[in-house]
Design a protein around this ligand. Structure first.
Ligand code: ZN
Length: 87
């Protein structure tokens, strides 16, 4: 009986912890979504929207975009993109 109570307590803690992490993460997403612009042609990658043509999900941070990603307009690599202010 005592053991079952401990298990229940643990399950409760785990779920509230998961909720806490989840809340923190969505808060960061809202704050940190950035846009990146190709310095060669001006094409913009919006982290909030991702890029579905390349299977990059909405909300994917630029650093999580595959290193072999290239600009869909002019074909340059990630190194030729610069972060721009979100207006
Ligand atoms: Zn480009």
């Amino acid at each position: 009986m005592a053991r079952r109570l401990r298990e229940l307590h643990f399950e409760y803690d785990a779920s509230s912890l998961a909720r806490l992490i989840c809340t923190d993460r969505s808060g960061d997403d809202l704050k940190e979504m950035r846009k990146w612009q190709c310095i060669v042609c001006g094409w913009i990658y919006d982290e909030a929207e991702g890029y579905e043509e390349e299977d990059i999900a909405p909300g994917t941070a630029w650093e999580n975009v595959p290193e072999d990603f290239v600009c869909p307009e002019c074909g340059v690599s990630k190194e030729d993109f610069e972060m721009i202010e979100v207006g």
